[in-house]
Write a protein that binds this ligand. Structure first.
Ligand code: SF4
Length: 338
């Protein structure tokens, strides 16, 4: 049972699923069992969306979507082996390595993002984790972006003890560190680090009082049970993340996952809905893969509870829909920027 929601477990997962979710939940001491989340994913589509939309309206501005901009501050040449990632040095994907950007370059990009309407600025670096000199460089950048009045988020990989506290002191609002997939499937996707490494970094971030941005990727070739397993991991973090990016695999030639059978987009929408129902207060972010989605699928994602998109610029190394077409979609759907 999620604390502070004012809902009973029946209301959270059982109202339209004949009690299947709530019964399964009781099997486990976890707040959300994998079986309960699978029961949600198995619901008739309209029932699932209705539950998600009902909770969404209870906790969020129903027609508000936050605009975030993501910049890659250091691109390519990463030592890790994430099977989906074009920035891993071991895959030949055509991504050009780029040294870390200067403070001036990042601040100029942040200013441009702000002028285009973004309120959140996310900074990503391709490496296993930052060295101390990288942390010193990033803290200077974070302070400068924060001074522009933007919400700041960084995704810098595995943090060593004490590094999160330095980022917090610089004014970092959110740290992104995705769990990617369910623990049972993780070894199929990444072998250069353990699931526990991810959880340890999330713990560091929490201890430093930085908001947690943590989600995953679907379409990796995982089963529905594995998607439920990912959502269960996220929802059972205590507290659950304030920000939950759900990515749809962008298949890049040269990566091991290129050629993976495409996931049905409705399954992606279902995953968004499950994230909204199990983590009702979180910002659920429609992240990588949006460019490939027809507008109608994006609209379903908003209906399922997504309330943030990456806007303008580039989503690390893969493109993002043009700013103008995003604004046109907002107009068609009567959405406004948060
Ligand atoms: S996802 Fe991050 S850690 Fe993994 S290979 Fe890409 S840049 Fe490196």
């Amino acid at each position: 049972m999620e604390s502070g929601t004012g809902l009973t477990s029946e209301q959270q997962c059982g109202c339209a699923c004949s009690g299947a979710g709530s019964a399964a939940q009781q099997e486990s001491s976890l707040r959300w069992s994998i079986a309960a989340i699978e029961s949600l994913l198995d619901l008739p589509f309209a029932d699932l969306i209705f539950q998600a939309q009902t909770l969404h309206r209870q906790y969020h501005d129903a027609n508000g979507v936050q605009l975030s901009t993501l910049i890659s501050v250091k691109t390519g040449g990463c030592s890790e082996d994430c099977a989906y990632c074009p920035q891993a040095a071991r895959y030949h994907t055509g991504v050009e390595n780029q040294a870390i950007l200067s403070r001036e370059e990042v601040v100029a990009a942040a200013l441009q993002a702000k002028e285009s309407g973004a309120t959140r600025f996310c900074m990503g670096a391709a490496w296993r984790g930052p060295k101390q000199r990288d942390i010193e460089h990033m803290t200077g950048i974070i302070s400068a972006v924060k001074e522009l009045g933007m919400e700041t988020c960084a995704t810098l990989g595995i943090l060593k003890p004490g590094q999160a506290a330095q980022l917090k002191q610089a004014g970092l609002d959110y740290y992104n560190h995705n769990l990617d997939t369910a623990p049972e499937f993780y070894g199929e996707i990444i072998t250069t680090r353990e699931y526990q490494d991810r959880l340890d970094t999330l713990e560091e971030v929490r201890s430093a009082n930085i908001n947690v941005c943590c989600g995953g990727i679907v379409g990796l070739g995982e089963s529905r049970t594995a998607r439920a397993g990912l959502i269960a991991q996220l929802a059972n973090l205590d507290p659950y993340p304030e920000s939950v990016p759900i990515n749809y695999l962008v298949q890049v030639e040269g990566t091991p996952l290129h050629g993976t059978p495409e996931l049905d987009p409705f399954e992606f929408v279902r995953t968004i809905a499950a994230a909204r129902i199990t983590m009702p207060k979180a910002m659920v972010r429609l992240s990588a893969g949006r460019r490939q989605m027809p507008e109608a699928i994006q609209a379903l994602c908003f209906l399922a509870g997504a309330n943030s998109i990456f806007y303008g610029d580039k989503l690390l190394t893969t493109g993002n829909p043009e700013t103008e077409s995003d604004l046109a979609l907002f107009e068609k759907l009567g959405l406004h920027a948060l």
